[in-house]
Design a protein around this ligand. Structure first.
Ligand code: AMP
Ligand code: MG
Length: 520
């Protein structure tokens, strides 16, 4: 039976049971103006056993706007440190977030955290607030990632108020309630190593292992701390392969934004790529491209090395730590290949497939072909491939000249042409597609099975920047219908939703002008 009020939830507050060094207990700062619930997420509520009817109550709004504590919760802001853009940044912490408490739900324990909930001892120069624009983006992203089957924090509620927040311009204040089994970051460990407090580092490691990685204590695992590092490495490697496989860029992969659970955490200037650029930088502020799409996996490894060196303060066996990190690349490749075999519709990854994939990515890069559609449109190639290359010049004679195209690549069914439409050099794309078709035929899988499997790996809808922007603009007018539409669509991005073709289209020209920066 679902709880119909927050009052009926059972709280456990395990993080708050740690020594007070780890946090500061304090209440959120409510807005000056009356808050309005823009959207609440029934799917996230279900995780904590909260009935959808509870989301419409004044009691719920009071909690998710920071005006009232979570019943049974222990409200606090946590301290952590981190490396930002490769440089040690010292102490950071929840500068605009409050952990409301931890709920024991039917689907495990979930921490509820407000973001944009006012100043804390860790705010430094910040105002403790978040703007509507970035809050809508964070709210949507958690559910979009979850819909794609990628580990992530979830979003429970989005609240807005008329309070003014000064960024480059004056903007509207908003608050997101996020959920995760834990918000502990790599930087939470770095904090105690830098503070030369191995005792507290040990306390934190024990806490994380006991609650989230109990298997690390099993006999035969060797040092639990090294086992923890190995498992975090493995999860992080898989996460990177997940991100890359959907064209996702995080934008600010600082160690304070790296989840110890391998979740996608802290959605700021993230982006799902439209036209594929291997070196795509989604964060306008990241001028050096430190967090470009194609370096995310190696940056994650660098971040893991920072975590390892923090853990060294409590794990003197350097070889064990090094061995734990060594598993990273193999875990990444294994998951990347599995993901890519799925996207290409191959029964299993074979060594020669690397070249096939690289060549596709190169063609996509050269044409800035739409990332999502390039993969989605592979599904019809084998059945629509023009069987034999026609003599040179035939296409031109038929009035289908595509810049000296040879081999009659304008033949083939509509799906074949729709794939080629994504590329500037159609001839090169067609030559690749013929190789691809040959490879697919080797598997000998029935088309129906193959296509069904491909549609579970290649989303039709992703949270493109322009879609998020439309939702933001509507939200600014008090209209949450676009948020609702996107939440529904992105929860199941694999199958075609009738009447939603516009949401599957490549970005319109105006989207190129959108600049997403760290400002939030
Ligand atoms: P981020 O880059 O968003 O992950 O934030 C890095 C650090 O800055 C974290 O410690 C945040 O809590 C803090 N921070 C970001 N924005 C604000 C703000 N408006 N007010 C207070 N602290 C902030
Ligand atoms: Mg952060």
């Amino acid at each position: 039976m679902n709880a119909t009020s927050l009052q009926a939830l059972r709280t456990v507050n395990s993080f708050a049971a740690l020594p007070e060094d780890f946090y500061t207990r304090l209440a959120p700062q409510p807005f000056k103006h009356p808050p309005r619930l823009l959207h609440a997420n029934a799917a996230a509520a279900a995780l904590i056993g909260l009935d959808p009817s509870a989301l419409r109550t004044p009691e719920f709004l009071a909690v998710v706007s920071g005006a009232a504590p979570l019943p049974g919760g222990d409200t606090l802001a946590a301290v952590y440190s981190g490396h930002q853009f490769g440089v040690w940044a010292g102490q950071l912490g929840d500068g605009r977030a409050h952990l409301l408490g931890e709920v024991a739900g039917p689907h495990g324990d979930w921490e509820l955290q407000l973001k944009g909930s006012g100043r804390t001892p860790y705010s430094r120069m910040g105002d403790g607030r978040a703007v509507l624009r970035s809050s809508v983006r964070e709210y949507l992203a958690g559910e979009a990632m979850h819909g794609l089957g990628i580990p992530t924090t979830r979003a429970l509620a989005l609240v807005v108020a008329d309070d003014a927040v000064v960024r480059e311009t004056v903007e509207t204040a908003a608050m997101v309630t996020r959920m995760a089994p834990s918000f502990v970051r790599f930087g939470s460990f770095e904090h105690w190593a830098a503070a030369r407090r191995p005792d507290l580092l040990r306390t934190l490691a024990d806490y994380v292992i006991d609650r989230h990685y109990p298997e690390c204590r099993q006999a035969g695992q060797g040092s639990p701390v090294a086992a923890l590092l190995a498992e975090v490495s493995r999860r992080t490697a898989r996460l990177m392969a997940d991100w890359l496989s959907v064209g996702f860029c995080h934008g600010v992969m600082n160690t304070d934004n790296m989840s110890i659970l391998g979740l996608t955490l802290d959605y700021g200037p993230y982006g799902f790529m439209d036209g594929f650029d291997a070196g795509h930088i989604c964060n306008h502020t990241d001028t050096g491209g430190r967090y470009a799409w194609n370096v995310q996996s190696s940056v994650a490894h660098w971040n893991l090395i920072r975590l390892a060196s923090a853990l060294h303060a409590i794990e003197p066996d350097q070889d064990a730590l090094r061995a734990a990190l060594d598993g990273y690349e193999a875990a990444f490749l294994e998951h990347w290949h599995a993901r890519m075999a799925g996207k290409l519709g191959l029964a299993a990854w074979q060594p020669g497939d690397e070249t096939l994939l690289d060549d596709l990515l190169r063609l996509m890069h050269e044409s800035r072909a739409d990332f999502t559609l390039s993969f989605r449109r592979l599904d019809g190639l084998p059945e629509n491939c023009p069987e034999a290359a026609e003599p040179a010049g035939r296409g031109a004679a038929a009035g289908q000249d595509q810049g000296g195209e040879q081999g009659g690549e304008q033949g083939g069914g509509a799906p074949w042409r729709r794939f080629l439409d994504l590329f500037v050099d159609r001839q090169a794309a067609a030559a690749w597609a013929r190789r691809y078709v040959q490879r697919v035929r080797q598997d000998g899988r029935p088309a129906r099975d193959r296509v069904a499997a491909m549609h579970r790996h290649n989303p039709l809808y992703v949270l493109r920047n322009h879609l998020a922007e439309q939702a933001i603009q509507a939200a600014a007018r008090g209209d949450a219908s676009e948020i609702e539409t996107l939440m529904r669509l992105l929860a199941d991005p694999w199958r075609e939703h009738p009447g939603m073709q516009a949401y599957a289209e490549p970005a319109p020209d105006w989207a190129a002008e959108l600049q997403i920066s760290c400002s939030s």
